[in-house]
Write a new protein. Structure first.
Length: 282
């Protein structure tokens, strides 16, 4: 019964926000963690045309990193899902730790999660375009989204707020594979329970670099708020979805989408953030 509740939530979210249809080819961005594994399982069960893609940041400090990939391979094999694998080490020649070290030696102190986020998004778009995906589905749950909303609110970053929602981003371009979040209304605790009951081969510990991120500070604050009011994160999302259409409209008006002069991927600046990092580490 509990299974059905979550599966119905996912199916309703896909329909309500028109995330994709059964004709679309969807790549699920998988990390080997509980959220993306659950997502891949549910989408397959609901009969969508999916495969999986994973971008491994090659995190040396993470003992479970190779275990995660092994788990993901096992899960995909058992569920007849094809898995496309890419890594920072193979694509950029360095691990996340190595990239951070090179940047530091050039006087650039960029947090691990910032580097990881920029390069993962870059590879995800590039590779899913090559694989001719119509959409990329990510495993973001309601609590992740509430953290992102709260974080950008505290930073006063309205532009980043406008890119959130069940469909990421604002402007559409053929060069950009839309990213969607079918677990948008699922709470983290629901996914943990689903994943444990299904006995998915996943590790439940978090990435060691997460501890030093700004997101972690916000996450802990929200956990505190939720001790006083269990519905805190749901209320943040409820409020956010009411104002989101107006914010998106505001940023849609702001001219055509531009492209990076090096990789030709969509970018706000002449050189995208990913190419700016890549040129510095080569
Ligand atoms: Fe990358 Fe940070 Fe996520 Fe770890 S917590 S996988 S470093 S974004
Ligand atoms: Zn670029």
């Amino acid at each position: 019964m509990a299974y059905e509740k979550i599966e119905n939530k996912v199916r309703d979210t896909i329909k309500k926000y028109n995330l994709f249809s059964k004709k679309d080819y969807v790549l699920v961005a998988c990390s080997g963690g509980k959220d993306s594994t659950t997502l891949a399982h549910i989408l397959k069960k609901l009969g969508y045309n999916i495969n999986a893609i994973t971008i491994n940041p090659s995190i040396k400090a993470r003992e479970s990193s190779s275990k995660n990939i092994e788990n993901l391979r096992k899960f995909c094999k058992e569920n007849e899902i094809r898995l496309y694998e890419y890594s920072f080490k193979e694509e950029f020649g360095h691990t996340l730790f190595g990239i951070n070290k090179i940047l530091k030696s050039k006087g650039i102190d960029m947090p691990y999660c910032t580097i990881c986020g920029i390069l993962k998004r870059y590879l995800l778009n590039k590779k899913s375009k090559e694989l001719k995906a119509d959409k990329v589905a990510t495993g973001h749950v309601l609590d992740d989204e509430a953290e992102s909303v709260f974080m950008n609110l505290l930073r006063g970053n309205i532009e980043l707020l406008s890119r959130l929602g069940p469909i990421s981003g604002v402007k559409k371009s053929k060069k950009f594979v839309p990213r969607v979040k079918p677990l948008y209304f699922c709470k983290e605790e629901e996914i943990i329970s689903y994943s444990k009951k299904k006995k998915f081969p996943v590790a439940y510990e978090r990435c060691p670099y997460a501890k030093s991120s700004y997101r972690e500070i916000v996450r802990n604050e929200l956990i505190d708020f939720q001790r006083k009011n269990k519905k805190t994160n749901e209320n943040i999302i409820k409020w956010f979805l009411q104002i989101l259409p107006d914010i998106k409209k505001e940023f849609e008006k702001q001219g055509e989408i531009s492209f990076c002069e090096i990789c030709e991927e969509p970018s706000k600046n002449k050189i995208c953030n990913a190419c700016s990092i890549i040129t510095k580490i080569r």
